[in-house]
Design a protein around this ligand. Structure first.
Ligand SMILES: Nc1ncnc2c1ncn2[C@@H]1O[C@H](COP(=O)(O)OP(=O)(O)OP(=O)(O)O)[C@@H](O)[C@H]1O
Length: 369
């Protein structure tokens, strides 16, 4: 049982505040990913939990007990970094055994535990080798083994596979997930790679400039981003965002992108929900992912004429830039569907996939259609 909680954590480096009032509760066995751009404070947060960094305000609690006054060695937390940091003169076996020797375990106990961790990580045949004879992926497996072997209360991982090439990263990502399912330890994992975050996390914590933006399951942050930052940080290609106005027209609502002659048709509930959010409907930010922009080659009910610009063929699908008023909306189509740039096609938005944000605060208005 290991729960970790951050309560109002503050951290300054000189006059610069790099963690701003961070509150977060991490459950036992949860896999939490801290996601954000370089410099947003992810590593500092991790180091503060591990005890490698002091904090200037708030509490870090492990299983309900404040630990901010405890040294790193007394918190029983293991950390894996991007740089492998193995002892080069020791064999893989000795590297993994090292933390157990420091705990003064018996020879038999050490042997049992090293072999059991090696089995889980599928590195038994490497136990006799020196780190210099290992590939990057294997070195990182050993580093993870060394962290796991002493059964810490929690595992903290700072971009552990960031230095590996793309193919190996994908393999290691799957292994870390498998390992977590098998071992089930509370894990906090730092990355700036949203695909890594989406594939590994039970919950993703998105940070920006030291401020927590949203905490949620991967599908939560993807389908219900709390603000424009999250909307445009999660998802590839990024969500389209366009300034737009909403008006009532006959029985439905119209969402008109800046500079466009006509608006997209939306259910009338949109106006009611925006009224309830108490915002000016003459200027909102409309967010829609490429898969929410539907394209037709012929005129059809509810579809507006638009011009296709750049077409990016991405193998199983294309991303097509469509000029709508003063904005470019990117749509995802079957490959080859639009043909060539410059042609006129017709577009419609899927109301269920549309998001509306306050242009001033950037916050989601919580519209659900
Ligand atoms: N020891 C330090 N002294 C001064 N400033 C620091 C120190 N460590 C980090 N910073 C600054 O604090 C901010 C947050 O850094 P941090 O490493 O936590 O960010 P990060 O999100 O992990 O980024 P990255 O992915 O680049 O490591 C950055 O602006 C960084 O330059």
């Amino acid at each position: 049982m290991t729960q970790i909680e951050l309560r109002g954590v503050q951290k300054f480096f000189g006059a610069v505040q790099v963690i701003k009032d961070l509150n977060l509760k991490i459950d036992d066995n949860e896999f939490i990913v801290l996601l954000g751009q370089s410099g947003c404070g992810k590593t500092t947060t991790l180091r503060a939990i591990a005890g490698l960094e002091t904090i200037d305000g708030g509490d870090v609690l492990i299983d309900g007990k404040p630990v901010q006054h405890l040294k790193a060695a007394d918190r029983d937390i293991a950390m894996v970094f991007q740089s492998f940091s193995l002892y080069p003169h020791m064999s893989v076996y000795e590297n993994i055994a090292f933390p157990l020797r420091a705990m003064r375990k018996s020879k038999a106990e050490i042997d049992g535990e090293v072999r059991s961790v090696a089995k889980v990580l599928q590195i038994t045949d490497l136990l006799g080798k020196k780190p210099s004879a290992l590939s990057g992926g294997d070195m990182q497996r050993v580093a993870i083994g060394r962290a796991l072997v002493r059964r810490p209360k929690a595992m903290l991982m700072d971009e552990p596979i960031g230095a590996l090439d793309a193919k190996l990263r994908e393999e290691m990502r799957a292994e870390i997930k498998r390992l977590h399912i098998k071992q089930g330890s509370t894990t906090i994992y730092v990355t700036h790679d949203q695909i890594e975050a989406m594939s590994l996390a039970d919950r993703i914590v998105i940070m920006h400039e030291g401020v927590l933006q949203q905490v949620g399951s991967p599908s939560d942050v993807y389908t219900h981003p709390a603000n424009l930052f999250v909307a445009q940080f999660v998802g590839s290609p990024v969500m389209n965002v366009a300034n737009a106005a909403v008006t009532m027209n006959g029985s439905g609502a119209r969402v008109t992108v800046d500079g466009a002659a006509e608006g997209f048709l939306f259910p009338s509930e949109l106006v009611g929900q925006l009224d309830a959010a108490n915002v000016g409907q003459d200027r909102l930010a409309l967010g829609i992912r490429p898969e929410g922009v539907m394209v037709s080659r012929e005129a059809a009910d509810g579809y507006l004429p638009v011009e296709a610009h750049i077409i990016e063929p991405l193998g199983s699908y294309d991303i097509v830039d469509l000029k709508v008023g003063a904005q470019m909306l990117r749509a995802r189509t079957r490959s080859g569907f639009v043909g060539k740039p410059g042609v006129q096609v017709f577009a419609k938005l899927d109301p269920a996939q549309a998001h509306f944000f306050d242009t001033t605060s950037g916050n989601s208005l919580g519209v659900r259609l």
